[in-house]
Design a protein around this ligand. Structure first.
Ligand code: SIN
Length: 562
């Protein structure tokens, strides 16, 4: 075996160097909103993996949940969020999000967000597990509208510089030990920009890289969502928490030749019914709320019906609504399905569950601080505990807006406290790859692509909607084998300095897949998005606590609200 690494040691100063006060990684709602907030007091560089527009936010259909309706209160929205979170929510984080969500949404409307209105109020819609109609929306393209408004403002802000096609690889960190305590400071990142490695030094860094749906073969998330931020944070020494809690959306399109496109929960909110291949409506068998049961319940029910009928999907029926209503309320869905030959005002929509949202992530407090000095995190990559074990529909954009502002403000404040001296000593990203092949060879490139598919398959089979010990152990062994194929160890590898995006994504996917699998094995109960067939009940005696994982350390536990 050739044990020579194909990644030469990183000579940081050999790469071009950029400097900024606040560096933001990611251009979804959280990153964009953080940039606007930070730019009030600092110079900001915002980098994004592909285009400024491309993120999970762009594809968000349902809307933004906000307690602004006349019969609604902050308390009711907090209660609904906590019930969906199955007892695992951090109450301070929830109260912060719900209360500050009102000025954040009001501000978005003031900035020109063209949401649907009914008289003098936004047209609030209903979604599962909400006790009130509280979802503001723009048809089924709320994410697109939010993105457009925020991008316009970012582009008009002089103190924000945006850089597209910049892939963040690893954090630049420095660690010191004082009285036995190891403390790590983040000074920015190394990124691939125009096929070159660039060191971007920042006084404060905000991670807003979004989700990881692309770790699964069926997902509502776009191609960029390969979990890069989770992996970079983990490698840098961040505490990762609640990594077992992945939410599977019950209804993604299942049609030959079409991507597994999201079919919004709002379709069920408007009376859409789920039926199996035999034409039987089935949700009432599984939950008193029928189609509007919590997402994990609906996803498992659909999976079970697929198994019972030996058919790869079920159907969503919205044909009781007129073509005009559907076009007005669900233009994105309707135009997409029409493109694939389906008229949803007369045809049933073939659907099945897909990975949708990560509840866990980089542990932060409500100020968005991580355990690394100088590193803040917000949006899907972060975990304040606001979603607990399961996210309530349409709370994700709300989270992005609220904690985006907090991250921007706090990062700018932090940056302004620092002197202009250069960081004392940067710890270079370590390279402990063992490569069997030339990284540039066709053969190696194919191996990397095959590895991505293999990761997805093993997660879907063993770490998906239903899990058990045997499957999880199998997945861990499988991940180790996949990693060996490309010369890595999924639990410890540091990233290197290849400018090959697929290779970097694969390293990241392996790291994150390992974290999800490991955390799922540790939690021997079922709760929210994490269902263990071998431990089907929620166990409040042993498991009212959260799992924290940190590289090189044994998992730790935190009791609730500590
Ligand atoms: C949906 O429209 O069903 C997704 C909204 C969400 O995930 O909150």
């Amino acid at each position: 075996m050739n044990t020579e690494s194909h990644f030469t040691a990183l000579e940081t100063e050999a790469h071009p160097r950029w400097d900024t006060d606040v560096l933001i990684i990611g251009s979804g709602a959280a990153g964009l909103r953080a940039a606007l907030a930070a730019s009030e007091n600092a110079d900001v560089t915002l980098i994004t993996k592909t285009t400024l527009k491309e993120s999970n936010t762009l594809y968000a259909q349902g809307g933004i949940a906000v307690a602004m309706n006349i019969d609604d209160t902050v308390e009711l929205h907090v209660n609904d969020t906590c019930s969906a979170g199955c007892g695992l929510c951090d109450i301070d984080a929830v109260e912060t999000m719900v209360a500050e969500g009102i000025p954040r949404v009001t501000e978005l409307l003031d900035w020109g967000a063209d949401f649907d209105w009914e008289g003098t109020l936004p047209r609030f819609t209903q979604e599962a597990a909400h006790s009130r109609r509280r979802i503001v929306h723009k048809g089924d393209a709320t994410g697109r509208e939010t993105t457009d408004v925020l991008i316009q403002r970012v582009l008009n802000t002089e103190r924000i510089r945006t850089v597209s096609n910049a892939f963040a690889i690893d954090m630049l960190t420095d660690s010191t030990t004082q009285s036995g305590n190891n403390s790590i400071t983040c000074y920015g990142i190394t990124a691939i920009v125009e096929n070159q490695l660039v060191n971007i030094y920042a006084k404060a860094t905000i991670l807003a890289t979004g989700g990881l749906g692309q770790l699964y073969p069926c997902t509502s998330n776009p191609e960029v969502a390969t979990g890069d931020g989770f992996a970079a944070a983990w490698r840098a020494g961040c505490e990762m928490i609640d990594m077992e809690f992945v939410q599977f959306h019950p209804t993604t399109l299942y049609l030959d030749g079409a991507p597994s496109f999201l079919i919004s929960e709002a379709v069920r909110g408007e009376g859409g019914r789920l039926i199996n291949i035999r034409g039987e409506r089935f949700m009432d068998k599984y939950h008193e709320k029928g189609e509007l049961a919590p997402r994990d319940v609906v996803s498992r029910a659909i999976q079970n019906e697929m198994l019972l009928t030996d058919f790869p999907c079920v159907y969503l029926d919205i044909t009781h609504k007129s073509a005009e209503f559907i076009q007005e309320r669900f233009p994105t869905i309707s135009n997409t399905t029409t493109h694939y030959g389906l008229d949803i005002s007369i045809d049933l929509i073939p659907v099945r569950p897909g990975a949708h949202f990560m509840m866990g992530g980089v542990r932060t407090n409500t100020e968005t601080e991580t355990n690394l000095s100088g590193l803040f995190a917000c949006g899907e990559v972060a975990c304040t505990g606001v979603h607990g074990a399961n996210r309530l529909a349409s709370n994700s954009l709300l989270e992005c807006l609220v904690f985006g502002v907090r991250a921007g403000e706090n990062a700018a404040k932090y940056a302004n406290l620092l002197s202009n001296t250069l960081p004392p000593k940067i710890q270079l990203p370590r390279c402990d790859y063992i490569h069997l092949n030339d990284v540039n060879s066709e053969m190696f490139k194919n191996t990397v692509l095959a590895a991505k598919d293999a990761i997805r398959d093993t997660l879907w089979e063993n770490v998906g909607i239903e899990r058990d010990e045997e499957g999880l152990e199998f997945a861990l062994a499988d991940l180790a084998e996949i990693a060996t194929e490309i010369g890595l160890n999924p639990s410890t590898s540091m990233n290197g300095q290849s400018t090959d995006i697929h290779l970097n994504e694969t390293v990241n996917m392996l790291n994150v897949a390992w974290l999800i699998t490991r955390a799922s094995l540790i939690r021997t109960e079922s709760r929210g998005g994490h269902y263990r067939a071998d431990f089907p009940d929620q166990d409040d005696v042993s498991w009212n606590r959260r799992v924290i994982m940190k590289i090189g350390n044994e998992p730790e536990f935190v009791e609730l609200n500590q």
